[in-house]
Write a protein that binds this ligand. Structure first.
Ligand code: AMP
Length: 286
């Protein structure tokens, strides 16, 4: 496994693999890797000849007052995890390498970025879309692998690839969870033992939403929201639910009356447990 820190050096590697006809996969991450990231790497490795993992905590996707400085990092541990998962290359640039020269360009996707996370993290998806465009340009993967955990990010990047005709395919992999249902996340390291236990309520209320829609045939989204937030209040009264929304999984538009809707449904939420912000979602067919 090779660790590469320079853009130009990586572009030469990408050029080589393009000519060789080998299929190259990218798993973009911000590091502090866990089983969720490992599952993406394993799938990517199984389906391709060459696996690249990028590890880069991207400052431009963090807002003012967010946790860029204290985002967890452990690069040596990450290298070992990647090696064990079969990575061939790690792309691990410094911030100065990625953004050193003054940059006047950003990639900005409209519509799908303006809802859900967009209400709480203005500018976040510009940072994501721009850095992913840069990573795709640098590593030129035939496919890149993302987790369902970040459903809106996936919708944004799907849109971007289509709108800009970027020659790659986005593969979405299932969310890996703790035994109690809490979605694995690098930020879980900030949770106390008690918060971790209580955070199982998040997956529970997502599944309750699904049950109300599919089994109880409830079609009033407001009713489902009230029901879910009541359960969360009972199970974790100190948690602050920022949103719990039922949308389609393409434009991410809210579905208020479910009786008129058939197709893929996304229920997504964001919740603050103390100072740690957690997001999660489920997707299912109605
Ligand atoms: P991050 O390092 O948090 O930016 O995540 C990098 C990639 O890993 C993103 O595509 C995430 O959706 C994915 N990911 C994060 N957590 C999980 C998880 N629990 N299960 C599956 N994929 C995940």
């Amino acid at each position: 496994m090779k660790v590469v820190k320079e853009i130009r050096a990586f572009q030469q590697i990408s050029e080589f693999y393009k000519c060789s006809g080998k299929s190259v996969a990218l798993v973009p991450t911000m590091g502090f890797l866990h089983e969720g990231h490992i599952s993406l790497m394993q799938k990517a490795k199984a389906e391709n000849d060459i696996l690249i993992v990028s590890i880069f905590v991207n400052p431009t996707q963090f807002g003012k007052g967010e946790d860029f400085d204290k985002y967890p990092r452990d690069i040596i541990r990450d290298f070992h995890i990647c090696e064990k998962a079969g990575a061939d290359y790690i792309f691990n640039p410094e911030v100065s390498e990625m953004y050193g020269e003054k940059s006047f360009t950003k990639v900005s996707v409209s519509n799908v970025t303006e809802k859900l996370e967009g209400d709480f993290r203005p500018g976040h998806f510009d940072g994501v879309a721009t850095v992913v465009t840069k990573l795709l340009n640098i590593t030129a993967p035939r496919k890149f692998y993302l987790g369902q955990k970040d459903a809106q990010q996936n919708a944004v990047l799907k849109r971007m690839i289509r709108d800009l005709n970027i020659d790659t395919e986005l593969i979405v992999c299932e969310t890996i969870r703790e035994q109690n249902g809490l979605a694995k996340s690098s930020r879980n390291t900030f949770l106390t033992h008690e918060q971790k236990q209580k955070a199982s309520a998040l997956y529970f209320i997502l599944n309750e939403g699904k049950r109300l829609i599919l089994e109880e045939k409830i079609s009033d989204a407001d009713f489902i929201y009230d029901y879910a937030s009541e359960i969360l209040k009972e199970k974790a009264p100190e948690f602050e639910l920022q949103y719990y929304k039922i949308t389609d999984n393409y434009f991410l538009d809210e579905i208020k009356d479910l009786s008129l809707y058939n197709g893929e449904i996304l229920i997504s939420l964001a919740c603050k447990a103390g100072s740690t912000r957690l997001i999660d979602n489920i997707i299912f067919l109605k």
